[in-house]
Design a protein around this ligand. Sequence first.
Ligand code: E4P
Length: 217
Amino acid sequence: MKFFVDTADVSEIRELSDTGLLDGVTTNPSLIMKSGRPILEVTKEICDIVDGPVSAEVTAVEFNEMMREADILSELAENVCIKVPLTMDGLKACKALSSSGRKVNVTLCFSANQALLAAKAGATFISPFIGRLDDTGIDGMELISEIRTIYDNYDFDTEILAASIRTTNHVKQAALIGADVVTVPPAVLKSLAKHPLTDKGLEAFLADWAKTGQKIG
Ligand code: E4P
């Protein structure tokens, strides 16, 4: 399973990239707003930090304008992945961009049929939004499961990128179902390593070690 971080905060990305655990980054207009930085500048900087795909989202809603923005974003770096919304214009842009060899992430997916269309349009990634579905009282994980079945039925290459992840349990469930990628906020990613028994065990080991008076090396 690949791990992407869902942020445009360069210091967080740098810190996580240094662990060697990061496979890519996803951004969106809200995350760019949160960063307080110009989209082209911050996206370029992120692309220089990580080798994997960096999703940068078009903000146009009409096909021709989406393509114009996609061209500008594509010029930033080789690892830019163009993010388009799951609308008819977005799917048309996905088909055109993927046919020209570009990586495309189709975002704002809330149904299995939408995911089916994105795969037909040649999407590199489909982004089902788990947390936002949970917020409406619908089980977001059920959607991941449906998409997994449909993609496997037809051997689609489109990767399932579980998005809108809010908890460590979301990550575990997505992995159990077989999502190809999770994109996770930095805090959730870091908390995956946490367990109270790990902390307690380490504390006891260090206390006993101190009693030995030894040093390694
Ligand atoms: C995915 O690419 C989106 O940027 C993100 O996961 C949305 O998450 P949210 O619902 O927490 O805003």
